[in-house]
Design a protein around this ligand. Structure first.
Ligand code: SIN
Length: 289
């Protein structure tokens, strides 16, 4: 992902409209409900690597269409049984914020499921039902987060690993009574954790990105939570500085596809009392290095 600008974007088939100076672009000229030919796919992949997250408008996509599109980028990640939705694809996550529930799934900055040994490569998310206003999603460029650190900080972080866990998510779900009702995004209380490098190298672009996030990262390896907290706090604030972000306003038919290896994202909690229904599939990643 390089920083978008008004430069000639070098796309011949698709039309690409950058969303901010840091990340994200809307892509026009692709119909996700059909097969995508090789030339178009090459440009879509190029846009994806360049902007980190790409958005499509006015798509009429079924769950199978989402899955077919995701498979151009790798194998689908199967969900654990307790997160699967009866009668739908085993890879489909239904994110259904009902008017009566409080918790907004993805409510704080994170990369997806970094408590797993192999977090997903990326996610494809389609809007099904939206609030009248609100429910935007924010993305932050983690290449920029890394590149704007001092050399001293970069050197120190390059030698560190961090422990990631889903403990905070489980507590929040429990507080929202979702676990008790056995519905929503998770009804399994198992705490999982994984160790990842604090700075990871993107396997396709070769660029380094900061890889800690407030939702999952607990502490640095070989340090206590208390010892880790001040530097982690600094990194969370730094990595989500407004100038590293873009903000996407959903509309019916919108689809987003983000790279989980070099972006964080956050689903805004600003539509309480309304429903927002999204369908997501994920692509299997590789172990962060
Ligand atoms: C997520 O964190 O994957 C959900 C993002 C969203 O609902 O906007």
């Amino acid at each position: 992902m390089t920083q978008p600008s008004c430069e000639h974007l070098d796309f011949k088939i698709i039309h690409v409209l950058p969303l901010s100076g840091a990340a994200g672009a809307e892509v026009f000229g692709v119909n996700l409900s059909e097969q995508i030919n090789d030339e178009t796919l090459e440009e879509v992949k190029r846009a994806y690597h360049r902007f980190g997250v790409i958005f499509f408008r006015d798509q009429q996509v079924s769950d199978l269409d989402l899955a077919r599109f995701a498979k151009y980028f790798g194998e689908l990640a199967v969900l654990p049984p307790h997160r699967q939705h009866p009668g739908s694809l085993p890879e489909l996550l239904v994110i259904d914020k009902k008017p009566e529930t409080k918790l907004v799934f993805g409510w704080e900055w994170h990369s997806d499921t970094t408590h797993l040994e192999i977090p997903p490569l990326g996610s494809v998310l389609a809007a099904k039902l939206l609030p009248t206003v609100g429910g935007d999603t924010l993305f932050a460029n983690q290449y920029l987060a890394y590149e704007t650190l001092s050399d001293g900080m970069k050197n120190m972080l390059n030698g560190l690993n961090a422990i990631h866990s889903n403990g905070r998510i489980l507590s929040s779900l429990e507080a929202d009574d979702v676990l008790a009702q056995g519905q929503g995004v998770g009804s399994n209380k198992t705490t999982l954790s994984a160790i990842h490098p604090v700075v990871r190298t993107h396997p396709e672009t070769g660029r380094k990105a900061l890889f800690v996030n407030e939702m999952h990262t607990e502490r640095f390896e070989h340090m206590t939570i208390a010892e880790s907290a001040p530097l982690l706090r600094y990194l969370y604030d730094h990595s989500t500085r407004p100038e590293f972000t873009c903000r996407f306003r959903w509309a019916p038919g919108s689809v987003a596809f983000w790279d989980n290896r070099c972006l964080q994202h956050l689903a805004l909690d600003d539509y309480q009392g309304q429903r927002r229904l999204m369908h997501r599939v994920q692509i299997r990643g590789t172990k962060p290095v």
